[in-house]
Design a protein around this ligand. Structure first.
Ligand code: FAD
Ligand code: NAP
Length: 535
């Protein structure tokens, strides 16, 4: 029996938008609290990222044993991962299993895109619009995802192109047969880098249009070692605790010494060891790779040397060598990416030097050349962190629009709440560690923090909670200060909003480290929700 009054009909205690890792667990938490909650999801199934991104080669780059929920020991024990880095179908199967196991579907409406959420200042409730329907909720929880709003650049003449087009972030469920096709792939971020080697094996010819080369470290993916899985399962709690104490809540503790304290020989050994181990912990080889330009350059040069070693054509190898700071664009992890350029059916085109001019009916023209294509793949990323939120017409107190409030960059308290929008929560919102940490761990933390907060509001007999102007300003200052101590702002990355024309250039996630963030969140709760107004 609930300790709170439950609303029925089209009135809920909470509306949750999105049914990925975040929305599913948020719903479970609301149920545990005995509250009524309704989830609205634009897709026709659960899974979020793993529902939409079905491109060939899609898989996680945080290890499967770490990239999973920890709220249920039974779930942890019963689920068997089959690879070191699970592929998209396996992660989607896992999330479907979670939805079934915890009987979540009955409170989720699929194919239902939330278009607006308006706060009623008198009733202290959110009116949430789903197309023509309106529901009302005391709390509105955005589990809309950091990387769920696809970025489709406005390519000149795209409507003239007669071939098929695909975006990696909205891939056809039935898959695509590229056999014998002339395929063009635009974009060399994580998605393009994962897709390239797999599509190269299928296509007649693959042309990769690269605007900026990217660093990538081999994943060394392999079948799950059953004894490793068993060992973790026998001590999951300790395993999770150790991970939570790491700056990015996954992988390994970063090195303790500066790259510059090591001799060139010691550095080479360290980098080689990390390269052979595989995966993104490469950037943890030394303590200062993301704060010291000279240290960073030693790691960057190591990877460039690897690219030159792998790629047989020296000209192609040079084109693939990035000259930016390693890690300041989201690092990538691959399976045979650079090797793919040794294939006779793969061509690399530098559209940084010779930009894409326009599409024609039969292909694509750069400033210097023309390419005949049967289909084009856009691996052009996302309007990250704010895109999905700003696509919803969110209006707070006095009709203030979130989009207007964030016109010069998002401002939040903890990435979870924002002034002027009482009872609105954003899971992994801007200003939270989100994309700079194991996102499943971040999502779980947020869902639990939000449900504890809602419990506090209800038990205290309050109707609304909202951060103070001062608390928000101090948090935003802190988020910027810690970002400015790093090399992140030196790059044109989606972390900076730089991939979307006109988007304010602001460092979006919180880089102060996952443990620091957890501590801050705990302190705020311990001090009776310090920095919040409750009434
Ligand atoms: P999402 O999974 O993005 O789910 C949000 C959901 O909200 C979507 O289903 C969307 O349809 C729905 N939605 C949005 N707006 C609306 C609306 N207005 N109305 C209704 N529904 C809406 N992170 C890691 O930590 N490790 C990894 O290895 C990793 N790999 C990734 C690989 C890819 C290809 C991508 C794109 C991202 C990856 N990420 C990874 C980040 C990943 O997004 C998160 O790990 C995690 O899946 C986010 O879950 P979520 O529920 O917060 O958001
Ligand atoms: P992304 O990192 O933003 O990469 C987009 C690519 O498209 C970039 O190479 C970009 O070039 C290029 N591009 C964009 N607009 C272009 C234009 N007009 N002309 C030519 N090129 C253009 O997007 P993503 O690869 O989809 O990855 C997004 C994030 O999702 C990742 O960073 C990661 O967090 C997550 N992800 C993770 C995995 C994984 O391994 N687990 C896999 C996929 C995605 P510029 O660099 O020049 O802008």
């Amino acid at each position: 029996m609930s300790q709170f009054e439950q609303k029925t009909g089209n009135e809920y205690d909470a509306v949750i938008v999105g049914a990925g890792f975040a929305g599913l667990y948020m719903l479970h938490c609301m149920r545990k609290l005995g509250l009524s909650a309704r989830v609205y999801e634009a897709g026709d199934g659960v899974g979020g990222t793993w529902y939409w991104n079905r491109y060939p080669g899609a898989r996680c780059d945080v290890e499967s044993m770490e990239y999973s929920y920890q709220f249920s020991e039974d779930l942890e024990q019963e689920w068997e991962w089959t690879e070191r880095y699970a592929g998209q179908p396996e992660i989607l199967a896992y999330l479907n299993h979670v939805a079934d196991r915890f009987d979540l579907r009955k409170d989720i409406e699929f194919n239902r895109r939330v278009t607006a959420a308006v706060f009623d200042d008198t009733a202290n409730r959110w009116e949430v619009r789903i197309g023509g329907d309106v529901v009302s909720a005391a709390f509105c929880i955005m589990a809309t995802g950091c990387l769920s709003s696809t970025n489709m650049p406005d390519f000149n003449g795209i409507e003239r192109f007669d071939g098929d087009t695909y975006h990696t972030g909205n891939w056809p469920h039935e898959g695509v047969d590229f056999a014998g096709k002339r395929v063009g792939l635009i974009g060399t971020g994580s998605s393009g880098i994962q897709a390239t080697p797999v599509i190269a094996e299928q296509a007649g010819h693959l042309t990769v249009f690269q605007r900026t080369p990217n660093f990538s470290v081999p994943a060394h993916n392999k079948p799950m070692d059953p004894s490793y899985q068993e060992q973790i399962k026998s001590d999951y709690r300790d395993f999770r605790k150790r991970l939570k104490d790491l700056p990015i809540a996954c992988m390994r503790p970063p090195g303790e010494k500066s790259a510059l304290e090591a001799t060139p020989e010691e550095r080479a050994i360290e980098y080689e060891e990390h390269w052979q181990r595989g995966g993104l912990s490469f950037l943890g080889a030394f303590s200062d790779l993301i704060t010291n330009q000279a240290s960073n350059e030693t790691a960057a040069e190591f990877v460039r040397a690897k690219i030159r070693e792998i790629v047989k054509d020296p000209q192609v190898a040079e084109m693939l060598c990035p000259d930016h700071v390693i890690g300041c664009k989201r690092p990538c992890s691959d399976t045979g990416y650079f090797e793919a350029f040794n294939r006779s059916n793969v061509t690399l085109v530098d559209v940084g030097k010779s930009p894409i001019k326009s599409f024609s009916s039969t292909g694509l023209d750069t400033v210097d050349d023309s390419y005949e294509l049967d289909c084009a793949i856009f691996a052009t990323g996302f309007d990250a962190m704010t895109g999905a939120l700003e696509q919803i017409e969110i209006c707070g107190k006095g009709g203030i629009r979130l989009k207007d409030k964030w016109a010069s960059g998002p401002t939040t308290y903890l990435g979870l709440t924002t002034v002027g929008f009482p009872n609105l929560f954003t899971i992994t919102g801007p200003g939270s560690p989100s994309v700079l940490a194991n996102m499943v761990t971040g999502v779980e933390h947020h869902a639990e923090w939000i449900s504890e907060c809602i419990r506090y509001v209800r038990l205290g007999g309050f109707e609304r909670i909202e951060p103070t102007v001062e608390a928000e300003a101090a948090w935003v200052r802190h988020v910027n200060e810690v970002a400015d101590e790093t090399l992140y702002p030196t790059c044109n990355s989606w972390y900076m909003g730089a991939n979307i024309p006109g988007k304010p250039r602001v460092f979006l996630p919180y880089i102060g480290g996952f443990p620091t963030y957890l501590k801050k969140c705990e302190e705020i709760v311990a001090k009776g929700y310090e920095g919040f107004i409750l009434n």
